[in-house]
Design a protein around this ligand. Sequence first.
Ligand code: NAG
Ligand code: NAG
Length: 355
Amino acid sequence: MDYHVLGLILAFLLGDANVLAGYPIWWSLALGQQYTSLGSQPILCGSIPGLVPKQLRFCRNYIEIMPSVAEGVKLGIQECQHQFRGRRWNCTTIDDSLAIFGPVLDKATRESAFVHAIASAGVAFAVTRSCAEGTSTICGCDSHHKGPPGEGWKWGGCSEDADFGVLVSREFADARENRPDARSAMNRHNNEAGRTTILDHMHLKCKCHGLSGSCEVKTCWWAQPDFRAIGDYLKDKYDSASEMVVEKHRESRGWVETLRAKYALFKPPTERDLVYYENSPNFCEPNPETGSFGTRDRMCNVTSHGIDGCDLLCCGRGHNTRTEKRKEKCHCIFHWCCYVSCQECIRVYDVHTCK
Ligand SMILES: *[C@@H]1O[C@H](CO)[C@@H](O)[C@H](O)[C@H]1NC(C)=O
Ligand SMILES: *[C@@H]1O[C@H](CO)[C@@H](O)[C@H](O)[C@H]1NC(C)=O
């Protein structure tokens, strides 16, 4: 028997879910089977599935930060679902599996690249935000990157310490990516690309103080962007992701796989680009092996020529049309002062779904 298969069977018997998916099992924290951010249950590090020893140590040492780590992955997944909402693969998660994306992300595809980037960005973002909100004793505001104040404003408020969030994300999210194989190299690269996006989008945010909003005194602080801006940026990087090929080298520690750009004519990827080396399935038909759900019954946009349009989304199978009645507020009147009253109207919509 092939050692790889034997390894999988052993891993299964020993209950090590880590080996069974090509992506982190601990992402299941985000769906809150073990944990809810507002709930009262404490996080038990030992009960988080798929942690490697380094992550378990991190969890025990910095337990205060773990709710933000979970929150960050959740934020990343929500943003992924927003960015991919009209596409054939729409970032669906599966509630009753620890491998929350099913087999889809087992392959080294663009989709895998995007999810790794947005999840590691999410962790950096959420940790940074919660530190600035003062929820942890081991981190807080950034006092290093201030510099002299500018024309007409002074430093004030709490500058968000993105370096700290990035450090946490790197330590925790990359802890299992130290294998000498190509997938680990790809995950490390895309995780870092996600975090770099946060640092690149830091900006000054200012507030005016003074009588009735006059800007007599203006204070400014470093702030992270809206997470939507991170999602938009990484979605562009998904569209322009670089295809790579795997190269094997013999080193003193054994065989090591690295990635090289497939097409020498194109610019090689920078640290801000996403990389992948396996092609995606077309996601048209359901396939339990690839994890594709197919696009049957998905709503499509009949006037769009893009990927959310009925032609492309339905993969040429055509679509059904039905009408749907929805109650909406209408004839709203503003009453002095100050409330609005509305009537309820029934509007009829055409809904198109894939055959
Ligand atoms: C995403 O795709 C799944 C599977 O095809 C579907 O059940 C779900 O409704 C889709 N979600 C959205 C927001 O379109
Ligand atoms: C459908 O696509 C058209 C053209 O791209 C766009 O203007 C419209 O907002 C879309 N409708 C919905 C419901 O997304």
